[in-house]
Design a protein around this ligand. Structure first.
Ligand code: PAF
Length: 286
C-alpha cells in the first residue's frame, strides 16, 4: 500500500494504474476509521483493482463553533485498517497541501443541501461538495463509495457529480451498525456510557417510523408523530429533525403514495455529538 502526503505523487500513481487498464475505486474519509469505513474500502477492493483512500479532516466543512480542533484522529490505526481492507493508495495531505492559497472557488448544490443538515449547518455542504469535487479531480475517473449513514451528503455528492458531468460513478453503501443498532460514526467516541444508551433512540425512532409506514400510515405527518413519540422517551436527546422525504430528491413528503421509495432521516444531539441516522422503506400498496 502506498501512502502519499503529496497530491502529485498520489495522482501520478493512480494515473499509471488506470493507463494499465485498472479500475480505480475511491473512498474519501476524514480518518478515525471504523468498520463502516472498512466496509466501504472492502467494497471498493471487491469492485476495483486499485483502491484509493483519502484521510483529510476538511476545515471547510466545519463552522467556527464546531469540533474541527478536537475531531478525533489516529493515523496509525487508520493506515492499518486501510491495509487490512485492501486499499492500495492512501492520500494523507496536510491542510497546506490541499489548500495552499485561500479558497476562492467553492461548489454549492442548491435545494438538496438546504434542508435538514443544511438548515442546522448552513455552510457544511458547500464545504463537503468543494473538498469532494477537489478530491474527485485529484483521483480522476473512478467509482466512489459513500456510506448511506450520511444520506443527505450522499445525495449532495450524487447531484454534484451529475450536474458537473464528473467522470465518477457514486456508489451508496448500506450503513454499518453496532450489534445493538447504533449507526457507526467516528463521533460515537464522544459518547459516555449513559449517552451511548440514549443514542439508541435514533434507531428505535426509525424502526417505529418504518413500522408505521409498513402498517399503512397514509401521510408523513403521522409517521413523524410516531418518531417524535419515541424521541419523547429520551428527553436528553435534543432532536434537530425527524423527517420523511423522497429518497431520490430529498423533498419533504405529506401524502405517502404507494410504490414511492421514501427515507426517514433523523438527527439529534446526545451529549456533545450530533448523531445522524436514516432508514429507507417503500410505501406499500393499500
Ligand atoms: O463523510 C465524510 O467523512 C466527509 O464529509 C467527506 C466525504 C470525507 C468529505 O470531507
Amino acid at each position: 500500500m502506498e501512502v502519499h502526503q503529496r497530491i502529485d505523487g498520489f495522482r501520478a500513481s493512480l494515473d499509471e494504474r488506470r493507463a494499465a487498464g485498472v479500475a480505480v475505486g475511491f473512498v474519501p474519509t476524514m480518518g478515525y476509521l471504523h468498520d463502516g469505513h472498512g466496509s466501504l474500502i472492502g467494497r471498493a477492493a471487491a469492485d476495483c483493482g486499485a483502491v484509493a483512500v483519502s484521510i483529510f479532516v476538511n476545515p471547510l466543512q466545519f463552522a467556527a463553533n464546531e469540533d474541527l480542533a478536537s475531531y478525533p484522529r489516529d493515523l496509525e490505526s487508520d493506515l492499518a485498517l486501510c491495509e487490512r481492507m485492501g486499499a492500495t493508495h492512501v492520500l494523507v495531505p496536510s491542510v497546506d497541501e490541499m489548500y495552499p492559497q485561500p479558497v476562492l472557488t467553492t461548489v454549492s448544490v442548491a435545494e438538496v443541501s438546504m434542508r435538514m443538515e443544511g438548515a442546522v449547518r448552513p455552510t457544511h455542504f458547500a464545504g463537503v461538495a468543494t473538498v469532494v469535487a477537489k478530491l474527485f479531480s485529484i483521483v480522476g475517473p473512478c467509482r466512489a463509495f459513500f456510506g448511506e449513514k450520511d444520506f443527505q451528503q450522499l445525495a449532495v455528492v450524487r447531484r454534484m457529480a451529475s450536474d458537473l458531468s464528473m467522470p465518477v460513478e457514486v456508489v451508496g453503501c448500506a450503513t454499518v451498525r453496532e450489534p445493538d443498532g447504533l449507526a457507526m460514526s467516528s463521533r460515537n467516541v464522544y459518547l459516555d456510557a449513559t449517552e451511548r444508551q440514549v443514542a439508541l433512540v435514533l434507531h428505535r425512532a426509525l424502526d417505529a417510523g418504518v413500522a408505521a409506514v409498513v402498517a399503512g400510515a397514509a401521510d408523513a405527518g403521522s409517521v413523524r408523530a410516531v418518531m417524535d413519540e419515541v424521541f419523547a422517551t429520551e428527553p436528553s436527546a435534543m432532536v434537530d429533525y425527524a423527517e420523511v422525504v423522497d429518497a431520490a430528491t430529498l423533498a419533504p413528503l405529506e401524502a405517502l403514495i404507494p410504490g414511492t421509495e421514501i427515507r426517514l432521516i433523523v438527527a439529534a444531539k446526545v451529549g456533545a455529538p450530533r448523531l445522524l441516522d436514516n432508514a429507507g422503506v417503500v410505501v406499500p400498496a393499500r
